[in-house]
Design a protein around this ligand. Structure first.
Ligand code: SF4
Ligand SMILES: [Zn+2]
Length: 316
């Protein structure tokens, strides 16, 4: 399908299935979890999934556009959604963190209007740490101003995805590895924490290299200042990945790969966690629940418990 080339944004968009109607008047959802901090303790963390404008990029693996609206985010929608979610989420515990995930780039004015930063910052006062996600192209002075005005500490999450030299350029990320490096040093110089997303089994990655490149990419992120790396098992269903799977250019991750990658990355000097969203879909054997519980333990404890064994699939 791609003959070794890069899929254009137009092609990626043309393959998308239809998306549900999203209402910017309320958040898509919120959840509490305990998240390990670089210092070790667990912090109660509220994640709010915000509804807003779509990201201008069209990465071949991305399905976040499903949770976005057409056009720009309406004025006032983001502060309103944060206020609703924090009110519904109950009493904010001490030392709580908040993640504002808007399925796009927090510092893109189409997604989060610049003039709403002050209102947002006021709503974030109870939180010790604030995590937002953003593509390097949108990390600039606004990010510094936002960090300086916050009561808590800002952490910016960037999708590094992979450092595989022939896979990265084919992801249609709208950036180079140099852009990641520059954004990482920009944040580090400003004492803003960096989180990186690393994909487990991106498209175009040979199956037998998945583990090696997940670990190499995680190490790269840590060497560039990331204090938290989140491993994201790639999910199908965005149209492009399904097409690439048909042509043999994408093989979905296995639970074994996620487990091995997380276990191998635990000693790399940062908090490394695996994104367990929809992880049940990777459980193909009866040992699946035990393995997912083990992943969950690694996420919160930062250590790998011994494996059980499974005669059916040979897990041990
Ligand atoms: S930059 Fe992030 S949100 Fe935008 S298309 Fe790529 S992965 Fe999706
Ligand atoms: Zn099994």
């Amino acid at each position: 399908m791609t003959a070794g080339g890069v899929l254009t944004s137009r092609r990626v968009r043309s393959l998308r299935p239809s998306k549900p109607l999203v209402d910017a008047a309320r958040p898509l959802g919120y959840s509490w979890e305990d998240e390990r901090s670089p210092g070790g303790p667990l912090f109660p963390t509220l994640t709010i999934f915000l509804a807003g404008a779509e990201c201008p990029f069209s990465c071949v693996f991305c399905d976040l556009w499903r949770n976005t609206i057409d056009g720009s985010t309406p004025a006032g929608a983001i502060p309103q959604q944060i206020a609703m979610a924090t009110a519904e989420a109950g009493v904010i515990p001490k030392r709580a963190s908040i993640k504002l995930y808007n399925a796009s780039n927090f510092f893109d004015p189409r997604s989060v209007p610049l003039e709403e930063d002050a209102a947002i910052i006021e709503l974030l006062a109870p939180f010790e740490r604030v995590v937002v996600e953003c593509h390097p192209r949108f990390i600039s002075q606004r990010c510094l101003d936002f960090a300086a005005a916050l009561d808590g500490k800002l952490e910016v999450a960037i999708g590094l995805e992979t450092v595989h030299p022939s896979v990265f350029p084919r992801l249609n990320k709208g950036m180079t590895l140099h852009d990641f490096d520059d954004a990482a040093s920009f944040l580090t110089r400003a004492r803003i924490a960096l989180r990186a997303f690393v994909l487990v089994a991106p498209p175009f990655m040979p199956e037998d290299e998945v583990l090696e490149w997940t670990l190499r990419s995680t190490r790269y992120a840590v060497e560039h200042g990331a204090t938290h790396v989140s491993l994201i098992p790639v999910r199908g269903g965005n149209g492009t990945l399904d097409e690439l799977q048909r042509t043999g250019e994408w093989v979905p991750p296995t639970l074994w790969q996620v487990e091995e990658a997380l276990e191998g990355a635990l000693g790399l000097g940062a908090v490394v966690t695996a994104d367990l969203w929809d992880i049940d879909s990777l459980a193909t054997c009866r040992c699946g629940p035990a393995r997912i519980a083990r992943l969950s333990h690694m996420n919160t404890a930062g250590t790998a418990p011994p494996r059980a064994s499974c005669a059916l699939c040979g897990w041990h």
